[in-house]
Design a protein. Structure first.
Length: 361
């Protein structure tokens, strides 16, 4: 019999504590073993109860969620799911950089229909925790990105906005397409920080992320990276030094129009098993750029990107994947590896360095 996932709920709102607890205990194989109203109480209960999973509000009295995360990851690394309102989207990405595993939207008092969707998300996160490797939240493991340990930028200080000095060029030499899911936001921060400003490359990303969060994430990458990064719109010309993040709830395709390369944000189709779809992005990139396509599969649950990786390799392009050594969840890169088309499997920091070298050739 599978052991139950033992959850600690941390939120200063009694309504949210009760609502999240009710949603969690209704899931099979889940126990809520404690509730805390601030970070100090949560730290004590974490030591006493040793939960398998913590749901965490970020804005709390006495000790906020950020301080709690820093101390938790130093003392007893534990999977953490942030529960955030849409008004605090920037805080979510800061929490992910400090070691949180993933996030969901906060329940509201006024929209009862939200609760079913939130419960489904919670069920997915519980399933995710069951699949985590024992070292997934271990700060000592290679490539761990919690507590600001990335070699790219320390605690990811934000750089001034920058745009490509090669914007007048209409066609990049390389097209880099990236698929990622759980753990992807912090992995992408690492990759984008190492993109060389001199590269004649464009980047398109399919990161599994809810609607209304992708623009904030694109803005954060834009401040970090030498590339100009934006959320996808209906149609954008891809130029060297330009990167596009697929908007949540939609898919993105790359098409060729004469001497121009375009990124098109399109509605999801019934055949898309994941939204955004890494497979759909990769397959369109292979058609548009053939041997000048580099596919990158980063951490994530499921197998999105595997079929697309086959398409890229079939078109003469190259595929690289994050290794199990650094991936928070090895599902997506592992599935890509099983296709036999991945040229290299590397820990995140080495992958970022290798990719940077590839696009400066």
């Amino acid at each position: 019999m599978t052991k139950p996932i033992r959850v600690l709920v941390v939120d200063d709102s009694a309504f949210n504590r009760r609502t999240l607890s009710d949603l969690l205990v209704a899931l099979p194989g889940v126990e809520v073993i404690g509730k805390a109203s601030d970070g100090e109480e949560a730290l004590k209960l974490t030591v006493e109860l040793a939960p398998d999973l913590i749901t965490l509000d970020l804005e709390m009295p006495r000790m906020d969620g950020f301080t709690f995360l820093r101390l938790l990851m130093a003392r007893r690394p534990t999977p953490v799911i942030v529960v955030s309102g849409f008004a605090a989207k920037e805080n979510v990405f800061r929490a992910l950089e400090l070691g949180a595993l993933d996030f969901i939207a906060k329940p509201t008092r006024t929209i009862a229909a939200d609760l079913s969707a939130i419960q489904q998300e919670l069920a997915e996160k519980v399933a995710l925790v069951r699949q985590l490797s024992p070292t997934a939240t271990d700060p000592a493991r290679p490539g761990f990105r919690g507590r600001g340990t990335s070699t790219a930028t320390g605690l990811f200080p934000l750089l001034p906005d920058s745009s490509s000095p090669r914007a007048a060029e209409s066609m990049p030499r390389w097209l880099v397409v990236i698929a990622s899911s759980t753990g992807g936001p912090t992995a992408l921060l690492e990759v984008f920080a190492q993109l060389p400003a001199s590269a004649s490359a464009a980047v398109v990303v399919a990161q599994h992320m809810p609607e209304r969060f992708t623009k904030t994430f694109a803005d954060r990458l834009n401040r970090l990276s030498p590339f100009s990064v934006s959320e996808g719109t209906d149609v954008q010309i891809l130029r060297p030094g330009h990167a596009v993040i697929c908007p949540g709830g939609r898919c993105i395709e790359v098409v060729r129009r004469g001497n121009e390369l375009l990124a098109k944000s399109v509605p999801a189709m019934p055949t898309d098993r994941y939204v955004p779809s890494g497979d759909r992005l990769f397959e369109s990139a292979a058609r548009a750029m053939a041997g000048r396509t580099i596919g990158v599969v980063l951490t994530g649950m499921g197998d999105d990107g595997a079929a697309g990786a086959v398409a890229i390799r079939g078109g003469g392009g190259v595929v690289i994947a994050e290794s199990a050594e650094s991936a928070v969840v090895y599902g997506m890169p592992g599935a890509a590896m099983r296709t036999g088309v991945v040229e290299r499997s590397l820990p995140l920091r080495e992958l970022a360095t290798h990719l940077a070298a590839m696009i400066t050739r």
